[in-house]
Design a protein around this ligand. Structure first.
Ligand SMILES: [Zn+2]
Length: 585
């Protein structure tokens, strides 16, 4: 979908880059730019930079960059047209007529409508006459009517197709119901409800859309039924990008969140007044969840079950959160296996004490490292040290590391330098490992293009610099474009991304179009947009004279080993002027 330049101008004017980005990133002024922690990768020191003068952003950590449309595309997981529509709606700008014919977006919109209608249906069913058993269960779990309303808790009747019939009557097609994963084909070919005879928990995103459901058994009618059935991923639901109840919890002011294992714990905590509880839904905790948490929290309390599986999960969460700026604490469940049980049996005051007594993640993991080992035997000591070194190597603060090394050294009666040396070695190994995996991970997430790094490495630093200089020079001096035209052929470029960027820019200059990033967002992929934003914003890249541009072309030609075009580097001044005159005409 293409939009007119006038429309994009207005959109850009109404959506100042700072106001678009600041709901997602806490920005601090730094000279003529603003900086903050990148929302697209996990980092502890800000490398995400917003350029007010040209209304763009670029992250020096992961290479994400672009304009306001690109930002919304990535931050809200929308396609280009949807992102434009989102910004237009937000700023009260009417979309051009006939501009919105994207079928995927329309379907997405239908799924939101279907989910909302389904949630309403389930909610009504809970208080209806067939919902008596489910209601009794809700009472038994101590959930108040206010809580049921707040979380939209409902009941999927014990029938094959009650929701299918309801939604078909409301005008939704069978195909749409299947696409939304609310219904599926039965063996006899008919359509049946995915959720039957279950207590229903809608999953709501940060904009208030119902995006999925979690259905819980509440009776023992079928002893083999799984405890939870969760919506599979759909067009509107990506498990690793959603935290249950974050739509409520994000409003807490102290940047502290409680991460639970399941939605019942979250609801129990909210009802008891701890409205900063969230949970990963239908999947274990992922780096995507960590990124999401990092937008809203500086500290996360882990409230996982006290059993072995819960404690194993805690270890995994800690290792993922280590890559963020978030401080982690672990809650020790006392008087119950999970927050829900503790609150129900001992009350919310007890829960508050437990939350306050959360131990830091280091103490937690060191106690885990000791589990099952006999520290009086040499074997036990060695095994414990190996485990403990892994914990110590993950500590960011050298002072903290030193304190624990000293403690372990005296506890185990082992020389301190020996432990320190093991820890240093482990740190070095990890650094090598993680830099590689984190970088490719980030590139994949942001660009959907796992190997920008690979592509960039495919040609050498010299040709890369030459190509960058050419692009940056024509951006800054559009008049160069015509003069360079006779010398620049598509084959000249080593990088596909650079080639596309150069010719896209040249075309715009030829057509007298503007060169703001906003006019590129509809034509370039995320990976191309990232590179363009860097070339526009990275002040370490120098601007070139026309002659320097010619040198760049010569360098590229030399690299290609071609003799068909004049080797400008070897021309004397006279020869260069001659050539230059020809090119300038
Ligand atoms: Zn970044």
């Amino acid at each position: 979908m293409r939009f007119s330049e006038e429309f994009l101008d207005e959109l850009r004017f109404r959506n100042d880059i700072q106001s678009v980005i600041s709901p997602y990133v806490a920005l601090k002024p730094a000279g003529r730019t603003m900086v903050g922690l990148c929302p697209f990768h996990n980092e502890k020191t800000p490398s995400f930079t917003v350029y007010l003068e040209n209304q763009s952003y670029y992250c020096f950590g992961c290479g994400a960059g672009g304009d306001c449309i690109t930002f919304i595309k990535n931050a809200e997981n929308l396609d280009y047209t949807e992102a434009v529509r989102y910004l237009a709606e937000k700023s009260g700008l009417a979309l051009p007529v006939d501009s919105y014919d994207d079928t995927v977006s329309r379907l997405r919109h239908r799924i939101y409508e279907m989910n909302r209608a389904a949630a309403r249906f389930y909610y009504v069913m809970l208080t209806g006459q067939n919902g008596e058993k489910a209601q009794n269960y809700v009472l038994k779990r101590g959930l108040s009517p206010e809580t049921c309303k707040k979380f939209g808790i409902g009941f999927a009747p014990d029938q094959w197709d009650s929701l299918v019939r309801h939604l078909k009557n409301a005008g939704f097609s069978e195909d749409e119901l299947v696409t939304a994963s609310l219904a599926r084909k039965a063996k006899n070919g008919g359509l049946i409800d995915v959720f039957r005879n279950r207590l229903m928990f809608p999953v709501i995103d940060l904009r208030g859309n119902v995006i999925a459901f979690s259905g819980r058994v509440f009776d023992d009618k079928d002893p083999n039924a799984p405890k939870y059935i969760n919506s599979p991923e759909t067009l509107v639901y990506k498990k690793s990008q959603v935290l249950y109840a974050l739509n409520f919890a994000k409003n807490n002011n102290d940047k502290k969140l409680i991460l639970c294992e399941g939605n019942m714990d979250v609801i129990a905590l909210h009802q008891a007044g701890f409205t900063n509880a969230v949970a990963a839904m239908g999947t274990s905790f992922t780096p995507g969840h960590a990124k999401l948490l990092a937008n809203y929290a500086d500290e996360v309390l882990l409230a996982y079950d006290g059993d072995a599986a819960g404690q194993k999960a805690v270890n995994k969460v800690i290792s993922i959160l280590e890559t963020t700026h978030i401080k982690t604490k672990v809650i020790k469940m006392v008087g119950g296996k999970d927050p829900d049980e503790i609150i129900r049996t001992h009350g919310k005051e007890r829960m508050r004490d437990i939350l306050n007594g959360a131990v830091n993640d280091t103490e937690f993991r060191l106690s885990q490292a000791e589990a099952g080992l006999d520290l009086t035997s040499p074997d036990g000591k060695v095994n414990y040290l190996n485990n403990a070194v892994a914990v110590l190597a993950s500590l960011k603060n050298p002072m903290e590391r030193d304190i624990y090394i000293t403690k372990i050294s005296s506890d185990l009666d082992v020389l301190k330098p020996a432990i320190s040396e093991m820890v240093e070695k482990e740190i070095k190994q990890r650094k090598n490992r993680s830099e590689r995996t984190i970088f490719t991970d980030i590139q994949k997430q942001i660009t959907g293009h796992p190997n920008i790094a690979g592509t960039e490495k495919a040609f050498n630093a010299k040709t890369k610099r030459a190509e960058e200089a050419l692009i940056r020079s024509v951006l800054q001096n559009p008049d160069f474009c015509k003069k360079l035209e006779p010398f620049i052929r598509p084959e000249l470029f080593f990088s596909e991304i650079h080639k596309k960027l150069y010719f896209n820019i040249a075309q715009k200059i030829k057509n007298n179009q503007k060169l703001e990033l906003t006019y590129f967002a509809g034509e370039l992929t995320a990976a191309e947009m990232n590179v363009l934003s860097r070339l526009v914003n990275d002040k370490t890249l120098l601007s070139n004279t026309l002659q320097e541009c010619m040198d760049c072309i010569a360098a590229l030609n030399a690299e290609k080993g071609k003799t068909s075009s004049p080797n400008i580097v070897e021309l004397d001044d006279e020869g260069f002027r001659e050539l230059f005159k020809k090119a300038s005409k």
